[in-house]
Design a protein around this ligand. Structure first.
Ligand SMILES: [Zn+2]
Length: 174
């Protein structure tokens, strides 16, 4: 059966969102702190999609867990897991509680299109340490903003490049 346009778009969004979440959580199980990759690296929902489809791709609603803590802990002990999440991420828990007051509904097609544009062009926050001038200091040469832009331009943010970078890092002996 041919995939619907909606399904295809959601698949593309999921691919982008998954890597954004993996990078944000640094490929680390948020519960046990273990570094994870491949099949052990699970992008897990806080509020399940079965409860509301509205938060399916919301970064605040996603987290990295290892296989064990996703399948055998998060889904087996919902009360304990929920308590853990509220304690570890109080701001996110509060935000999600607020979003749950909204009437559950699927994400509309135009919202999916906007979301895809957003995640496709998403740039992870870079730490550029040498661009912040001390207050009152006269900065010669390019302004900090110019320095920052030129540095960012050198980074390949494509999904493929980021996945490749991660794979290379995994191969390196620690
Ligand atoms: Zn774990």
């Amino acid at each position: 059966m041919a995939k619907t346009a909606r399904r295809k778009l959601k698949d593309k969004i999921k691919k982008e969102v998954d890597i954004i979440i993996k990078e944000r959580d640094d490929y680390t199980c948020q519960y046990c702190g273990k570094r994870v990759s491949g099949f052990d690296c699970h992008v897990s929902h806080v509020v399940p999609v079965s409860k509301t489809k509205l938060l399916e791709f919301d970064f605040q609603n996603l987290k990295i867990l290892c296989f064990r803590h996703h399948i055998h802990w998060w889904h087996k002990n919902p009360l304990e897991a929920g308590k853990w999440f509220r304690e570890k991420f109080p701001d996110r828990a509060k935000y999600l509680e607020g979003r749950l007051l909204e009437k559950p509904r699927p994400i509309k097609m135009y919202e999916l299109r906007d979301l895809y544009e957003e995640v496709k062009n998403y740039k992870p926050t870079l730490t550029v340490s040498n661009t912040k001038p001390e207050s009152g200091r006269i900065v010669k040469g390019p302004t900090p903003r110019e320095v920052k832009i030129s540095k960012e331009e050198k980074v390949d943010y494509s999904l493929e490049a980021r996945l490749k970078k991660h794979e290379e890092r995994e191969k390196m002996p620690s």
